[in-house]
Design a protein around this ligand. Structure first.
Ligand code: SF4
Length: 469
């Protein structure tokens, strides 16, 4: 049984309101436990011997519906699963889908190292963060344990990213495990033929293992039950990824059925799900079609409900959509994506440079900043605290007001009269209606910029420097 209300969690807390967790009351802390913005260990009194039993009980009751599995070690450790809901707007999804790109044991060494380095160094800046990929999937194509081991060795020497060891031959897996055992790799995979041998490996080396039962959910569940009875719950379920036609629809249905059962409390199948969009390369001869369909399947199964996936295409046109859809699905709908409010310098502004106002909604801020910087415009960019809401909605909802602009200026310590030669603020076009009020509040001149930041360069040519009144 899992608890979902602060009142239920509160019953297990010391109820002293001591404040050591940073909250004024135990009830406030309980609310943070339920929305997972704080951890049980943040309540240090609960770690005392006398509360040991309650700690254990509450820890168990707070466990997510879908088990959380760790792959890899150290800073690069990949956590998958851990979700409590089917629909992200009901809470949020946790532990974004992990992308593993493949290498194979028939690659020559130079090609192998180059691909691993490409994968581990790939990054794209987006809304204040770098989007990166997570893992290397090492495939045995040769079916030769020695050859596989030498590929695993080279990969481990080249990267600290977590790895997936891929073969249905337990001797091949064992050869890789001997080298990778301290790196907590994921085994891929146990199936109806090899499950006993692979289970022995997973238990002996204490590593997570994928169970593979294509389009057979009964078998998948039965294998998961057997592995759990044998002593390991570090399981990942692969119901099969079929990349074309009706079977693609069936794949989607299977993923949804497994996740729904897990969220609804069927602990025997409540494990993270593995998707293998790589299978598109087996269904399409033409590399462009294969890459396209791999990206389509990856995107669909990122939304529902792939927790980890093995991919092949490393061209930016394949990776970028996958990374962007993942980033979108795994943002927390409870918290708008924000930047810290305040005054930012873009380029090397001086006294004659414009002072542009925007909001602290990260997507707005970085779009404006990028449009300005890429056009080499030196300016001050003021991110007003609108609780992370964009310009138009913030004006309509009262989060962007003349008083907020004045407050932002006062708190920054920037003096428009002293620090600029023009004492002028440029409001975004979508906030034009605030012009008079901002002039009254700040005593500065206010110009109205374009509604779209892409038009700032053209606007600057016509309107900057401002005419002296
Ligand atoms: S540290 Fe624990 S006991 Fe103290 S207020 Fe927070 S939840 Fe309550």
């Amino acid at each position: 049984m899992k608890i979902n209300s602060p009142l239920e969690a509160y019953k297990y807390l010391p109820a002293t309101n001591c404040g050591k967790c940073g909250e004024q009351t135990c009830m406030a802390f309980a609310a943070h436990l339920i929305d997972r913005s704080m951890k049980l260990t943040d309540c240090t009194p609960l770690l005392e011997e006398k509360f040991k039993k309650k700690f254990k009980e509450l820890d168990k009751l707070l466990e997510p519906e879908i088990r959380e599995i760790e792959i890899g070690v150290g800073e690069k450790i990949a956590k998958i699963g851990g979700d409590d809901v089917l629909y992200r707007h009901k809470l949020t999804f946790f532990n974004q889908t992990k992308f593993a790109y493949d290498v194979w044991d028939t690659m020559d060494e130079e090609e192998l190292v180059e691909r691993v380095n490409y994968i581990q160094n790939f990054k794209k800046f987006y809304v204040g963060n770098f989007l990166t990929v997570d893992m290397i999937a090492i495939r045995s194509v040769s079916d030769d344990p020695e050859r596989f081991a030498s590929t695993v060795k080279k990969v481990l020497e080249t990267t600290e990213l977590p790895v997936i060891l891929c073969s249905f031959n337990h001797n091949v897996l064992k050869a890789g495990l001997e080298l990778a055992k301290d790196r907590n790799p994921l085994l891929y995979a146990a199936n109806k033929n090899n499950w006993k041998e692979v289970a022995e490996l997973a238990l002996k080396y204490d590593v997570p293992v994928t169970l593979f039962a294509p389009d057979d959910l009964d078998l998948l569940k039965s294998m998961a039950k057997t592995f759990a009875e044998m002593g390991t719950e570090k399981l990942v379920l692969d119901p099969g990824t079929f990349p074309t036609g009706k079977q693609l629809k069936q794949t989607f249905t299977n993923f949804t059925k497994v996740r729904r059962a897990g969220i609804d409390g069927d602990r025997e199948i409540a494990y993270p799900i593995m998707a293998v969009p790589f299978t598109a390369w087996m269904a399409h001869d033409d590399p462009v079609s294969a890459s396209y369909w791999e990206t389509v399947v990856a995107s669909v199964l990122t939304v529902k409900y792939g927790d980890i996936m093995i991919l092949h295409s490393t061209e930016p046109y394949a990776m970028l959509p996958e990374l962007h859809i993942r980033d979108t699905i795994y943002t927390d709908p409870r918290k708008p994506v924000t930047v810290d409010p305040g005054m930012y310098k873009v380029g090397s502004p001086d006294k004659d440079s414009p002072v542009l106002v925007t909001t602290n909604f990260a997507l707005t801020y970085y779009t404006v900043e990028s449009d300005i910087a890429s056009n080499k415009i030196d300016c001050y960019l003021w991110a007003i605290d609108t609780d992370g809401i964009g310009v138009e909605a913030a004006v309509a909802g009262g989060q962007l007001t003349a008083a907020k602009v004045k407050k932002g200026i006062d708190e920054s310590g920037f003096d428009l009269k002293k620090d600029t030669s023009h004492n002028t603020i440029v409001l975004p076009g979508l906030a034009a209606r605030l012009q008079g009020d901002v002039e009254d509040e700040t005593g500065a001149s206010v110009l109205i910029g374009p509604a779209d930041s892409g038009r700032i360069p053209g606007w600057m040519e016509k309107n900057w420097p401002p005419q002296k009144k």
